[in-house]
Design a binder for this molecule. Structure first.
Ligand SMILES: *Cc1c(COP(=O)(O)O)cnc(C)c1O
Length: 467
């Protein structure tokens, strides 16, 4: 029976006595249940009151109200940030949380977070310790640099460097490097916020050593070099490499700050990305401050990593912003565990998901995709292997697409509704689409996730019993 008058709505207690509500109370708790019932009745009341003369009935029934309560409890209890299955072929997707963490990093997070940790305690000396000293030691040894610091993200690292070294004075930067990098990291704005005065030199496409040199004055505090990351210049261009720039800075007794962006530590990955500056060349340049992200090509947690000269980093370490930008223990232990894996490049390649995904053997990926396709075909689902591209993403190497293989599914089906149905699953499955196929890159899927994908497809195509 439809309810078309607010006076005929059931009472809160009346709905609460329903068998399904009693069960819902067990799973969701009585307080949220009561709140949801109140809310649903409230909404129904205002809808009925706001109903226009002559408008048809709203289809409200006791049954629809109960269902609405259950739906609301379900959506209220579901976290906003959820696990997703990423089959898009974009390995470092800022919208999807960038780099997945190595098992070792996750284990360290759990071990040090479910109980207590020696975060600021020196166990051997039995006294207060420095929260970042172990990860900084590891960074110093890994990169053979005088000093290291860790903050929340690379944006914070750059801000800290400019504030500590450039406040109230001029920092010289090429016009070709005044870029914006995803999520509103804009070099001129960061510069302004830091209190440093931007001194632009050169032109958009060409900046020469001479341009920097002429701009150096007594009020100059530092030189800044920014990797353009998600933006590429081509044609008639000229820029000054970090080594030459560092030499110039040092001749004038100034520090060079180098915002490297991605920070690729794996030589094997660097070999695939010729346009991406490497950490090796950055450290060889002797730049005083080198900043990069922990969760881009390094494959660790979100962090801003700073390495370089002791004098410049000491000024940053003692700056008040350092306290505002400091990392929590979960980040520090995950980063330390990731860096430890890098001590052995072979281990890093096997254990750090970003590296194993980016360096996935092409033949092995083809075989895996082919096997998945034939399994699907056996169940009557149209599927085949297609040449495709993977992108690194995450502000690293923009047009950097590398060859890959895609599992192409669903020829002739309604691609957009299939895509939406996969996205509505739990966990949601994200893929790319072509004109008439869904495209899945299996390199970013675990074996278990691939199984879930096949089940989901089987379900969508009304098949059952997939192996
Ligand atoms: C990505 C990037 C940043 C911002 O780093 P976050 O870790 O996302 O804060 C800054 N500079 C460059 C050159 C980058 O590529």
């Amino acid at each position: 029976m439809t309810i078309d008058n607010p006076r005929h709505l059931p009472k809160v207690d009346d709905l609460l006595r329903d068998e399904r509500m009693i069960q819902a109370s067990e799973s969701y708790g009585y307080v949220p249940l009561r709140q949801a019932v109140r809310h649903v009745l409230e909404e129904a009341r205002s809808k009925l009151l706001g109903k226009l003369e002559g408008e048809g009935d709203l289809g409200l029934t006791r049954e629809s109200l109960l269902e609405e309560v259950l739906a609301q409890l379900e959506s209220d209890s579901r976290p906003g940030i959820r696990k997703v299955i990423n089959a898009t072929g974009a390995i470092l997707h800022t919208n999807l949380g960038r780099a997945p963490l190595a098992r070792e990093a996750l284990d360290a997070v759990i071990a040090c977070s479910e109980g207590y940790a020696s975060l600021e305690f020196d166990i051997e000396a039995n006294r207060r310790g420095q929260r970042t000293s172990s990860v900084e030691n590891r960074l110093r040894r890994l990169f053979q640099v005088e000093a290291a610091l860790v903050v929340n993200n690379n944006a914070a690292a750059v801000m800290l460097a400019l504030s500590a070294l450039g406040r109230g004075r001029e920092v010289i930067v090429s016009r070709g490097e005044l870029v914006e990098i995803g999520g509103k990291f804009r070099v001129p704005e960061i510069m302004e916020e830091s209190g440093a005065i931007l001194k632009e030199v050169g032109t958009t496409n060409k900046t020469r050593l001479d341009d920097y040199e002429k701009a150096i004055k007594p009020e100059t505090a530092a030189l800044l070099k920014v990797h353009r990351s998600n933006f590429r210049l081509s044609g008639f261009i000229e820029e000054v490499d970090e080594k030459t720039l560092a030499d110039l800075a040092h001749r004038h007794d100034l520090p060079l700050i180098y915002d490297l962006g991605s920070g690729c530590l794996s030589e094997e990955l660097a070999a695939l990305l010729p346009a991406e500056p490497t950490l090796a060349s950055a450290t060889a340049s002797a730049a005083d401050v080198i900043c990069f992200s922990g969760d881009k090509l390094l494959g660790g947690p979100q962090a801003g990593i700073i390495i370089g000269r002791a004098q410049a980093l000491a000024a940053m370490a003692s700056h008040p912003l350092m306290r505002a930008f400091r990392c929590d223990k979960m980040t520090l232990v995950a980063l330390e565990a990731t860096l430890t894996l890098y001590l052995d490049p072979k281990r890093a390649r096997e254990r750090i998901p970003l590296l194993s995904m980016a360096l996935y053997d092409s033949d092995a990926l083809y075989q895996r995709t082919q096997k998945a396709a034939s399994e699907l075909v056996d169940f009557g689902i149209p599927a085949r292997v297609l040449e495709s591209k993977m992108i690194l993403g995450g502000g690293a190497a923009p047009e950097m697409e590398l060859p890959s293989w895609a599992l192409a599914v669903g020829e002739g089906q309604s691609v957009s509704s299939l895509e939406a149905a996969l996205r509505a699953m739990d966990p949601p499955i994200l893929c790319r689409t072509s004109q008439d196929e869904l495209l899945f890159d299996l390199r970013t899927l675990t074996v278990e996730e691939e199984r879930l994908l096949k089940f989901a497809l089987a379900d969508l195509f009304r098949q059952e019993d997939l192996p």
